[in-house]
Design a protein around this ligand. Structure first.
Ligand code: NDP
Ligand code: GDR
Length: 372
């Protein structure tokens, strides 16, 4: 039975990957951070009681900033595969906490590689590093592929640049099986609520049901190559099953603007939007409501989208479009979802969630109203 150790198991990708590996017969070991409340929502459905004989999933407290903890855990687990998915992964927030991001996302990667080296596991343990299309940053070449030069545009991307190169360096210096998956944006109903896709699909549901009046957005013109997290975690696994350790771009090969993602998400529930004004004064207005969900409260003329400059970034990544040719030909990987099926699944999932809130509100309970 193969053993996998996943950092970031409580995050979007960690949750899908853990489930995927359990279904493949793996023993799954995950690193979780201590927090004052339970933080395992995304993996509660696959939780296994460690007292049960035959339990194949185990969680450990730890942190990527704590070397001794990582060394002890890797020694105890003796994993065949490590998936280093743990990171402070929010680009805008990284401008507010750059030193922490460097410690977790950059030096954290080094700590994992060093632990494997110090413990003499270089021939046993294969390592997947969660690299990112943010490395490409300022556009150098379209579409972006494995050979495209990097030009990071945020403290997050600069930290991930270190993670990328230290992985390459350990592979070359110590003959380790260590790989970078350069993954373009991938989303799902499990996506964190402050990333733009989920912020939009959640707001579509809340606004249509009358739980929220307006959605405040940042740069609507940025373009991203959006895929589904379920497809992308399969690529992570494939990357570690090859005869030779290499780095791969994982993307859909299509790009969509934030504005289009937003209008298509509203259109999915029958609300057609139009935009008026420019820059920070731009607003999104309901143009028509046709075949909308039956509990839709919107009517033509409602102003439901506005711009808030606090969501702008000091330096922005304008356009990401990946070329996954290498992954397709060597890994035999190809995505099953496109951006339209992705956003439809996310909007539907958020509608179900928010209808629960509507019932609570009707029952006299206060409904949590935080949105960012
Ligand atoms: P999430 O933000 O959903 O999950 C991040 C995970 O890392 C969480 O489990 C989080 O724990 C954990 N974490 C954060 N800080 C630390 C720390 N100091 N020590 C240990 N664990 C920590 O990210 P995703 O699942 O979306 O992404 C997974 C990885 O892939 C990340 O490294 C991300 O940067 C990278 N990536 C993501 C892409 C995407 O589009 N999703 C694209 C390319 C790369 P907690 O739950 O407690 O917060
Ligand atoms: P990104 O994802 O920065 O690409 O990083 P995010 O969804 O945060 O932003 C995508 C684009 O949307 C624009 N945008 C907004 N973004 C957010 N979060 N909130 C807004 O209100 C808003 N309005 C417009 C942004 O400016 C940006 O251009 C994600 C993360 O998962 C990283 O960890 C990962 O490495 C990359 O994807 C690939």
């Amino acid at each position: 039975m193969k053993k996998a150790f996943i950092t970031g198991i409580t995050g979007q990708d960690g949750a899908y990957l853990a489930e995927y590996l359990l279904n493949k017969g793996y023993e799954v070991h995950g690193l979780k951070r201590r927090s004052s409340l339970f933080n395992t929502d995304r993996i509660d459905h696959i939780y296994q009681d460690p007292h049960d004989k035959g339990a194949r999933m185990k969680l450990y407290y730890g942190d990527l900033t704590d070397s001794t903890n990582l060394i002890r855990l890797i020694q105890e687990i003796q994993p065949d595969e490590i998936y280093n998915l743990g990171a402070m992964s929010h680009v805008r927030v990284s401008f507010e906490m750059p030193e922490y991001v460097a410690n977790t996302d950059a030096v954290g990667t080094l700590r994992i590689l060093e632990a494997v080296r110090i413990l003499g596991l270089t021939k046993k343990t294969r390592i997947y590093q969660a690299s990112t299309s943010e490395l490409y940053g300022k556009v150098q070449e379209i579409p972006q592929k494995e050979t495209t030069p990097f030009y990071p545009r945020s403290p997050y991307a600069v930290a991930k640049l270190y993670g990328y190169w230290i992985t390459v360096n350990y592979r070359e210096a110590y003959d380790m099986y260590a790989c970078n998956g350069i993954l373009f944006n991938h989303e799902s109903p499990l996506r964190g609520e402050t990333f733009v896709s989920r912020k939009i699909t959640r707001a579509v549901a809340r606004i249509v049901l009358g739980l929220q009046q307006k959605l405040y957005m940042g740069n609507l013109d940025a373009k991203r190559d959006w895929g589904h997290a379920r497809d992308y975690i399969e690529a992570m696994h494939l990357i570690l099953q090859q005869p030779q350790a290499e780095d791969y771009v994982i993307a859909t090969g299509a790009t969509t603007s934030v504005r289009d993602f937003l209008t298509r998400s509203f259109a999915h529930v029958g609300v057609i939007l139009s935009f008026k004004g420019k820059g920070v004064n731009e607003i999104g207005i309901v143009e028509s409501v046709t075949n909308a969900v039956e509990d839709c409260v919107l009517k033509p003329g409602d102003e439901i989208v506005a711009i808030d400059p606090r969501y702008f970034r000091p330096t922005e990544v304008d356009l990401l479009l990946g070329d996954p040719t290498k992954a397709k030909s060597i890994l035999g990987w190809k995505p099953k979802h496109d951006v339209n099926s992705l956003l439809a699944e996310m909007v539907d999932a958020d509608l179900s969630l928010m209808r629960r809130d509507t019932h609570l509100k009707q029952g006299g309970f206060r409904v949590f109203n935080y949105h960012e």
